[in-house]
Ligand binder design. Structure first.
Ligand code: B12
Ligand code: SF4
Length: 508
């Protein structure tokens, strides 16, 4: 088949950067893998494949790219619906016969909105793209065997990403998986082996699972042993995974994973306040204190990383400041590698509760739900909370303490961590809370430079630059650049969002 006869497919991970940078974010771990799994569904010879991940490659701002594809497949986080719709407009303008498809969290949380914009809306897993491939290109364009195109992933500082289970056996109130309600399931041994083989040479492997531990002991042990086999034959130097708090209740689990090559564990500690955890239905994290878990992991040469969520509807600024200052003062405790505000993601019980109790602010846009600004009324006055949020998320006023902690923590762990772990432990917090390089193409850097200043509050935050078309588009595309609002000017749920709550099965 000639190159020109090959069908052209572009897979896009749509993304609004909460820090308003259009430049690539190469230093973020983990990476979105759905695009590469989707790419594996297409026939390698009959389809010319490109992937653009707006996190890793930066915002798609080069107009030359829009006319290329015959089919564009979109995915992304729920808050990126507007971005996917904007991009669909650019592609349709450049090539009126282009076909657009969306799947993943956006399609699942917002099926009706998606049906009004995209040609196909997939509710299923990545393999459900098969039906769309047949419908759009006809038979013969699916891959003979569905192996993720991890060869397209590019450099991730020697890290490879795999998935050994899907979804989760818990039901935290704020989690979009709770809203989706899909059953927790493990990949087969064959699927895991194929993913590892497709990765090629890597230094370390990160298991992306929401919950690597799960609720099936035999499956957990088999997956750990399988990773251990690959590690023993030196396919990689070590691996890391995301586990839920219950993993640590059996401390022998830590020794077991260490014996099979585990070098890092991440867990959603989420909050140091028991009341907040209970309100989130996150009881599995009640005993997850970062000091004891960090020590227990370090004793086995494992780095412990965790995320924390700040909830100003329940916590005061003094409480949060006190907790962070205590963490900064103790170099034996790792710092959170993720700090965000709680997000009422549409479709979750937490969202429904926020709507019912009137906690959502007026004029909240879907794209505001990125965890880096206030979207719910705090319990303290706004003039106190907003400046606090601005400073705390970037450790402003705490940079020296941050640097002191990073150095002190590395020294504290120097006998228990290998050199590569020490580098990761030190660089992680500095990159998260310190200065982030914003280097990209000239267009991307210009877009970043033109961004209005964020206000850290949904009620006043100006629209990101992406809402202005890159160039003049016919008026029929104007609506594609209007933001979707979650609440109206009175703080009531908008009709568009209310309609999403009635679930109907859609195509594919
Ligand atoms: C990589 C990752 C990121 C990356 C990139 C995310 C991106 N897509 O742009 C980064 C680091 C940027 C990130 C950030 C955040 N993330 Co994140 N992240 C992940 C992670 C660990 C892996 C995703 C992945 O690649 N999985 C493997 C692939 C194969 O599966 P998948 O993406 O889940 O897709 C499945 C289906 O959705 C579907 N699918 C997906 N896309 C498509 C497309 C089509 C066409 C089809 C047919 C199917 C399909 O098929 C897959 C199953 O076969 C997941 C957890 C997880 N293990 O999945 C969380 C997860 C996606 N993140 C989550 C959250 C909450 C966040 C944050 C809000 C965290 C925070 N509090 O700050 C921020 C977002 C900030 C913002 N800007 O809005 C939530 C979901 C949020 C949501 N629905 O929007 C998840 C599920 C974690 C969790 N359990 O809570 N994240
Ligand atoms: S444990 Fe994690 S993945 Fe599971 S429901 Fe809770 S937040 Fe979601």
């Amino acid at each position: 088949m000639t190159a020109s006869a090959r069908r052209r497919v572009l897979i896009v991970n749509a993304y609004f950067d909460p820090w308003r940078s259009a430049a690539p974010t190469r230093l973020f771990v983990p990476r979105a893998m759905a695009p590469y799994y989707l790419a594996g569904s297409f026939h390698r010879d009959r389809v010319a494949m490109r992937v653009h991940d707006e996190v890793y490659h930066g915002a798609l701002v080069d107009p030359k790219r829009f006319a290329w594809p015959d089919l564009v497949v979109f995915g992304g986080l729920t808050a990126a619906f507007d971005r996917a719709r904007q991009l669909a407009a650019y592609f349709r303008h450049a090539n009126p016969s282009v076909v657009t498809v969306i799947g993943g969290p956006i399609a699942r949380a917002l099926p009706q909105l998606c049906a009004g914009v995209f040609d196909y809306v997939c509710q299923g897993d990545v393999d459900s793209i098969g039906g769309v491939i047949d419908a759009v290109f006809g038979p013969g364009h699916r891959a003979e065997s569905e192996t993720p195109r991890l060869d397209l992933v590019g450099s991730s500082f020697g890290l490879g990403f795999i998935e050994t289970t899907k979804y989760c056996n818990f039901a935290c109130a704020f989690c979009s998986l709770t809203g989706e309600g899909r059953p927790y399931a493990a990949h087969s041994e064959d699927s895991i082996n194929r993913q590892i083989a497709a990765m090629g040479r890597v230094h370390g492997v990160m298991v992306l699972d929401n919950n690597f531990y799960g609720n099936n002991r035999a499956s957990f042990e088999a997956r750990v042993r399988l990773l251990g086999e690959h590690w023993r034959r030196r396919a990689f130097r070590g691996w890391g995974a995301l586990v839920t708090g219950d993993f640590f209740k059996r401390r022998e689990n830590i020794a077991f994973v260490a014996e099979h090559g585990c070098l890092g564990l991440f867990s959603g500690v989420e909050s140091l306040d028991a009341a907040v955890l209970k309100a989130f239905n996150k009881r599995q994290s009640l005993a997850s204190d970062p000091k004891s878990l960090g020590d227990a992991c370090a004793a086995h040469g494992i780095m412990f990383e965790y995320g924390m969520m700040l909830d100003f509807a329940q916590q005061t600024t003094d409480q949060v400041a006190g907790q962070l200052d205590r963490l900064l003062a103790d170099v034996t405790v790792p710092l959170p590698s993720l700090l965000s505000l709680t997000i009422p993601i549409p479709g979750t019980p937490y969202f429904d509760q926020a709507v019912q109790t009137g906690r959502l602010m007026p004029s909240v846009r879907l794209s505001d739900l990125d965890g880096q600004k206030l979207v719910e009324w705090p319990r303290e006055p706004l003039q106190r909370v907003i400046p606090f949020v601005r400073d705390v998320l970037q450790f402003r006023g705490r940079k020296r303490a941050l640097l002191r902690h990073v150095i002190g923590h590395a020294l504290d762990r120097r006998d228990r961590y290998a050199a590569d772990q020490l580098v990761v432990a030190a660089l992680g917090p500095l990159l998260r809370y310190g200065h982030r390089p914003r280097i990209g193409s000239v267009r991307q850097m210009l877009q970043t430079w033109r961004e209005p200043r964020p206000t850290y509050c949904a009620m006043t935050d100006p629209l990101p630059r992406a809402y202005r078309p890159l160039y003049r588009l016919p008026s029929r595309f104007a609506a594609d650049f209007e933001p979707v609002y979650v609440t109206d000017a009175r703080g009531q749920l908008t009709d568009a969002m209310a309609a999403q709550r009635v679930r109907r099965p859609l195509s594919a």
